[in-house]
Ligand binder design. Sequence first.
Ligand SMILES: Nc1ncnc2c1ncn2[C@@H]1O[C@H](COP(=O)(O)OP(=O)(O)OP(=O)(O)O)[C@@H](O)[C@H]1O
Ligand SMILES: [Mg+2]
Length: 382
Amino acid sequence: MGNSCTRSAKEDVPADSSSPSRGISNDVLFTSGSRGVSSNDALFTSGSRRVSGSLQESSFGTASSNGDVNSSPSANDGGSLIAFSYSDLKSATRNFRPESFLGEGGFGCVYKGWLDNTSYKPARPGSALAVAVKVLNKQGMQGHREWLTEVRYLSQLRHENLVRLIGFCAEDDHRLLVYEFMSRGSLENHLFKGRQSQALSWSLRLRIAVGAARGLAFLHNANQPIIYRDFKTSNILLDNQFTPKLADFGLAKDGPIGDKTHVTTRVMGTYGYAAPEYMATGHLSPKNDVYSFGMVLLEILTGRRAIDRNKPQTERNLVEWAKPYLRDRHKVYKVIDPQIEGQYTIKDAQKLASLAISCINPDAHARPHMKDVLAILCDLQK
Ligand SMILES: Nc1ncnc2c1ncn2[C@@H]1O[C@H](COP(=O)(O)OP(=O)(O)OP(=O)(O)O)[C@@H](O)[C@H]1O
Ligand SMILES: [Mg+2]
């Protein structure tokens, strides 16, 4: 491999081993040898062939697929995935060479590759379909679990604000994922790392917030709600038109149904974005995603990270630093990203700030539902 993937784990909130782990039966699919999977899994064939999207008996195929969170489902939303051979993905990425390297996360390294539009065989760079190939670091059960969870969900879900999974590779010990290529990279790069390029405008930020909210609302409004659990700027990818799409479903989880208000899980996620009640109890509900959405909204508004250890002590925690200003309509402009000065009205900035504050309400029940957040954002866009 051209690049050494050395980062071993993403900045997860540490798993609380004492917390109960009910409701995760779908997670425990790999044997300790890390090759075998449960028998109801149709994935483990090599070669490049299509397989159906039915990995588990699953109800999330009932989510709507056309961007309207309330519309009825279409048949076979899941479509199908390509099962790639390792050698094809190696060729598609030019042997995972450094020039193809896009970035690295907790899961592993990501490379740009090229595939033929119809045969999905490796193609010459620039000639056909651009893809992003994510290579799982070969270590630990958690990575395998996340790989399988990602395949399970993304094989079933189609929405304009969810990244499209084209296929996977599960050959010997190799575990890879093949996605549509998102040419503008992550929102994180644009907000925090892309200072050399032009800052995202106010209206683009709003459009990205609307799209991301639409993606989350779609997940929450499925017949079997899905909790995304890892909402953050690095997992919001942007295509050429800056359409945002949620990536990384490795931590996603079926949400509570019926009378249940939450499911109980190990605590996983990212510091700064995980809701306080979830960190304290492991109780997971769609309102945890709403909290993370509020944090991202604050980051979009201020151009600052949720947690920034490079800032002076008093400014490291975005919420603590910004909250006093956000609540005061005469001061709100002081915390808004100076790069977008003059592009918004104070009234709109206030509305966005108070929406963010309501999303990060410490009382989970008082937080709005994602569909209401979406409605407010759409209103602001008018
Ligand atoms: N489909 C894609 N198209 C283009 N770039 C991508 C794609 N998927 C991932 N990337 C890039 O690869 C890099 C690593 O992504 P990855 O999701 O592995 O890590 P992360 O989101 O930074 O961290 P985490 O592991 O916590 O999710 C990111 O910089 C992202 O921009
Ligand atoms: Mg990611």
